[in-house]
Every structure is written in structure tokens, then in C-alpha cells.
Design a protein. Structure first.
Lengths: 279, 295
């Protein structure tokens, strides 16, 4: 192969790469674009054959319908509280346990860590009926507590943060100890601040999964005012079975907060989730 | 000296117990008790007010003699067959292309990753609309009149398309992290020897990435065997094709929380976990044939 034909084949390869990536990107984005466009059409226009691409005249009545038939403010608040408590619990408890498992000596450590590992391998559905019955027996369904309940502790978070603490040299902890810190101070003042990246990744991971979860909120909070955005959306689907402009408006409202966060923190989202998943 | 050390050790141990206590107590209450209770329930008949009586393996007998259950098992397996190999192949292609020297790399990555950060419930909604038989944009583009979601054969395909689309970016990002660990010198040496790009992919990239590929495959398989939310959103309970599409976890949800047969549902759950266990074990045995750990 001579120089020019080699260069030409490289140019072709490059062109094909971009062509494929751009075509793929269009396929990835198109459903979102179509959602936005449909949400701005009237019901009549959305059912035109062939469909119009851009709405003849952008209308916002679908958003009004969605907001009046679903208590969106409550859904936002419930989802935010769910995420907040799940994240706080996951970070606090998993940091403590992860630190102890990585850095402290105690009897029964392997056995207890075994409990963490085995839980990670089990699908969450196996816990769901008894978890529901526990809450139902004390009349705690339809509450924020019920939403948070299965995620109060996180075996995965414990495992993940333990990895992070294992990566910190023991000398750092020993130095703090010699400086007169007790175990708790060594943990909170010296070690925990060094796990910032992992904590950020765990935060994003926990938040995204709490937000996406559908089965648990659907089961445990049947009162429409106590639903999350996901389970509320499933309910909206039942109300407006064929009114797609309203359904698109509702879906858009449900995804906007995460999309905005993603726009600003896309690097952290991608790397955080990849970091937690790649383990 | 000896005395003092044990004292320090004791103190350390006390701190350790205090620090693992919330997690361990939480796991016992939230996971291990429910695990035992689900197993117990699977051998029980549910009665009113959440009470149940032991009925041996009756739930399992009912389950194994119900065609709906076998259909759901097959649907779940079919869903995996349709989504996992194709999905991972496309994800690998995207990962390889993104790993090359391209502009806007992080932009592309963010776009492919997008479905991961939005709720599957919202994603499924727009796909339902696009797959709509009368007014859907997909039929318009194809110039055909397919009732995607009300025909048993195409409904599975529609769900598979959405699943692949949703997981693509996540799998690609995982695979990219594996690709980044492959030393450039291999490719340089191969280029000097005149190996084509395609040849390089099969002789260097594929063997070198096989451990990451294996992890991605296992994760995707486990997630696909548990599929629920996507099918729940795409196929309504009133849709006549439901029995032809519903996954094991969908059937589980309906039996446990719609029909109220918690004992029967628990048996379905145990079966699903056994299935996941078997599939994972097969993968771990099969990996010896193709996963290359000698790097």
C-alpha cells in the first residue's frame, strides 16, 4: 500500500466513524425531541396522518392538563425527599461500615462482610413482599418513610466505599492516631474526606436509581399524593391512555429535573455511574 | 505493654462494631428477614389479613403446571436473547469508535448515556407513542402499517428495541473503560506488521477487552432476567398480548400486588432467582473458553 492510498483509507475510516456516531446520536436524541414536539401539539394535530414534524402552533394546554390531573408538586417533593434520604442514609451508613470493614480489626468481620456480599447478589424483588407487609402491618404505607425504607442501608454502598477506603494507605490513619485522634475522629476528620470522589459517585448512583425505581413506589404508595414521578407517570398513563400530547407533557415534566442536572454534571454522571457499575 | 495493646485493640473493636451496626442491623431487618420470609411464603397459602398457612410445595406444583408461568419464563429468556447479544455488540462498536481519536468525544458519550439518567417510565412512554400502530412515527418512517404493541410477535421486538436503546450508553461506557486500559503499543506493533483495522480488532481489542466484556455481559443478563418496568410501561394490563410479552417479574408483580397471591408470587420470585443463578453459573463456566485474563 502506498502513502496516498493509506491516507485515503484512513480518511474514509474517519468519515465512517463520524457518520456512524452522528447517526447513532440522532437515534438516541430523537425520542426526546419527539416527546417535546408532541407535547406542544394539540390532540387533533398529534393524530394527523402523515404526522407533522413541527407543531402548527405551539400550545401549552397539555402541560396544564398534566399538572391538573396529577399533583406534580407533590410528586416532585416526594421524589426529592426520597432521593435526599436515600442518599444521606447510603453515604452515612455505608461510609461508617465501609471504613470499619476496610481499616479496623474486629472479630466476625469476614462473616459480617459476607452478609454484605450475599445481599448484593440477590435481586431486590425477593425482599419486596415482606418489606411491604412490614410497613403495612404498622400502617406506614403511603409515606415518605415507606419510599425510603428498602434503601435505608446499602450493601452495595458499603462494598463500594470499602474499596475506596482500602485504597487509602494505612499510614495516614496511623499518623492521625498518633496525633491523638480517636477512631471516630480519624474516620470523620481524616479518612472520610479522602473518599470524596467515591461518595460523589455513590450519590449519583443512588439518586438515579431511586428516581428510576418503579415497582417499589407503585406497590407501597398507592395514594396519588404520595407517589414519585415514576409511579405518578404510570398512573397518568392509565388516565390518558391515548392522549399522547398530555402523556408527553407529563413525561417531560417528570424528566426535566434530572435532565437539567445531567446537562450541568454530565461528566460526573457518566463517570460516577460507570465507576459504580464497573466494579 | 501487652496489656495496653489489647486495650487499644478492644477499643478499636468496639468502634468497629458501632460503625457496622446500622448497616448490619439494616441488612438483617430489611433483607435477611425478608429473604427468609419470602422462602417461607413460597411454601404457604395466603389468607386474608396477611396471614398464611403452610401448604408444602403446593405453590410450586401450581406454578409448574401453569402455562402462563412457562410462557412468562420463555418470554424472559426470549427477551434476553433478543436484547443482550445485539445490545452488547452495538455497545462494543460504539465504545470502539468513541475510543478512537474523535472530536466531541465527551459530547457523544453524554448523548449515548442519556437514557440512563431519565426514568424508564418516562422513556417507555415516548416509545409507546412512537410505536403506536395508527399514528406512530415509526410506521410513518417505515411506510408500513404495523400494530407493534398489539401483535404478540412485534410487541416483543418493540420492547427489545427500547431495552437496547436504553442500555446502550451504559454498556458502552463500561466497555470504554476496558478499552482505555489496552496499551497503544500493541496497535502500533500491529500497524507496523501491516495488520488491518479489522484484524487488529479481532486479534488485539477483542481478547484484551474480554474480561470487561464478560462483566458487562453478566450485568446485562442479570438485569434483563429481572426486567419489569419497561414492559409494564409498554404493555398495559388490559392489552391482550400481555401473556405473550409479560416477564417473570411482571407476573410476580401482578400475582403479589394485584391478585394478592403472595405465596404463589413468592414461588415465582424464588424460581426467577434460581434462573438467574443458573444463567450466571453457565456464564462463569463458559467464560473459560473465551475470556482472556493473561495480560
Amino acid at each position: 500500500m502506498n502513502e496516498t492510498s493509506l491516507r485515503r483509507s484512513q480518511a474514509v475510516a474517519k468519515g465512517l466513524t463520524y457518520l456512524f456516531l452522528i447517526a447513532g446520536s440522532v437515534l438516541m436524541i430523537f425520542p426526546f425531541v419527539w416527546m417535546i414536539l408532541t407535547s406542544l401539539k394539540t390532540l387533533a394535530e398529534s393524530m394527523q396522518v402523515p404526522p407533522t414534524i413541527l407543531p402548527a402552533k405551539a400550545v401549552f394546554e397539555n402541560f396544564t392538563y398534566a399538572v391538573t390531573s396529577l399533583p406534580f408538586v407533590n410528586l416532585y417533593i416526594n421524589t426529592i425527599l426520597l432521593i435526599f434520604f436515600r442518599v444521606v442514609c447510603a453515604i452515612a451508613f455505608s461510609s461508617m461500615a465501609g471504613y470499619a470493614f476496610a481499616k479496623l480489626k474486629f472479630r466476625g468481620k469476614n462473616l459480617l462482610f459476607g452478609l454484605v456480599l450475599v445481599q448484593m447478589m440477590m435481586p431486590s424483588q425477593i425482599f419486596i413482599i415482606p418489606q411491604y407487609q412490614m410497613l403495612a402491618s404498622v400502617s406506614l404505607t403511603n409515606s415518605i418513610f415507606a419510599l425510603v425504607f428498602p434503601g435505608i442501608v446499602s450493601a452495595f454502598g458499603t462494598f463500594f466505599l470499602r474499596q475506596s477506603y482500602l485504597g487509602i494507605p494505612n499510614e495516614i490513619g496511623e499518623a492521625a492516631y498518633l496525633d491523638g485522634c480517636n477512631q471516630w475522629q480519624t474516620f470523620t476528620k481524616v479518612m472520610a474526606p479522602l473518599t470524596g470522589n467515591s461518595v460523589a459517585a455513590l450519590t449519583i448512583f443512588t439518586a438515579v436509581f431511586a428516581y428510576a425505581d418503579l415497582m417499589w413506589p407503585l406497590v407501597v404508595n398507592t395514594d396519588i399524593n404520595m407517589m414519585t414521578l415514576s409511579s405518578g407517570l404510570a398512573t397518568l398513563k392509565g388516565q390518558f391512555t391515548t392522549n399522547y400530547p398530555v402523556l408527553m407533557a407529563g413525561s417531560l415534566l417528570a424528566m426535566i429535573p434530572m435532565l437539567v442536572l445531567y446537562l450541568f454534571f454530565q461528566k460526573q454522571f457518566v463517570e460516577g455511574i460507570a465507576m459504580t457499575g464497573g466494579k | 505493654m501487652f496489656q495496653k495493646q489489647t486495650l487499644a485493640e478492644k477499643r478499636e473493636q468496639r468502634w468497629a462494631y458501632l460503625m457496622v451496626a446500622p448497616t448490619i442491623i439494616g441488612l438483617l431487618v430489611l433483607n435477611y428477614y425478608p429473604l427468609a420470609d419470602t422462602i417461607r411464603l413460597s411454601f404457604s397459602r395466603t389468607q386474608t389479613f396477611g396471614r398464611s398457612t403452610f401448604n408444602g410445595i403446593e405453590n410450586y406444583i401450581t406454578m409448574f403446571s401453569t402455562p402462563e408461568f412457562w410462557k412468562a419464563t420463555w418470554n424472559t429468556v426470549l427477551f434476553c436473547i433478543l436484547t443482550v447479544p445485539v445490545g452488547i455488540a452495538i455497545a462494543l462498536l460504539v465504545a470502539v469508535l468513541l475510543n478512537a481519536k474523535v472530536k466531541f468525544k465527551s459530547g457523544f458519550r453524554a448523548i449515548y448515556f442519556l437514557p440512563m439518567v431519565v426514568a424508564p417510565a418516562a422513556v417507555a412512554m415516548v416509545w409507546r407513542w412512537m410505536f403506536n400502530g395508527q399514528y406512530g412515527i415509526i410506521n410513518t418512517i417505515l411506510g408500513r402499517q404495523v400494530n407493534w404493541l398489539t401483535n404478540p410477535n412485534t410487541a416483543v421486538v418493540a420492547c427489545a428495541v427500547v431495552a437496547i436503546w436504553s442500555a446502550l450508553g451504559y454498556d458502552a461506557v463500561l466497555l470504554m473503560s476496558g478499552l482505555q486500559n489496552i496499551s497503544k503499543t500493541y496497535y502500533e506493533a500491529a500497524s507496523i506488521d501491516g495488520a488491518s483495522r479489522v484484524r487488529q480488532f479481532f486479534s488485539i481489542t477483542l481478547p484484551m477487552i474480554s474480561p470487561t466484556l464478560f462483566v458487562t455481559l453478566i450485568m446485562r443478563l442479570m438485569a434483563s432476567l429481572k426486567v419489569y418496568d419497561l414492559i409494564y410501561m409498554m404493555i398495559d394490563t388490559s392489552n391482550p398480548v400481555l401473556p405473550d410479552v409479560q416477564s417473570l417479574m411482571y407476573l410476580f408483580y401482578r400475582e403479589a400486588f394485584v391478585a394478592g397471591n403472595k405465596g404463589y408470587a413468592a414461588a415465582i420470585c424464588i424460581w426467577t432467582i434460581a434462573l438467574i443463578g443458573i444463567v450466571t453459573a453457565v456464564q462463569f463456566i463458559g467464560q473459560k473458553k473465551w475470556v482472556n485474563y493473561e495480560v
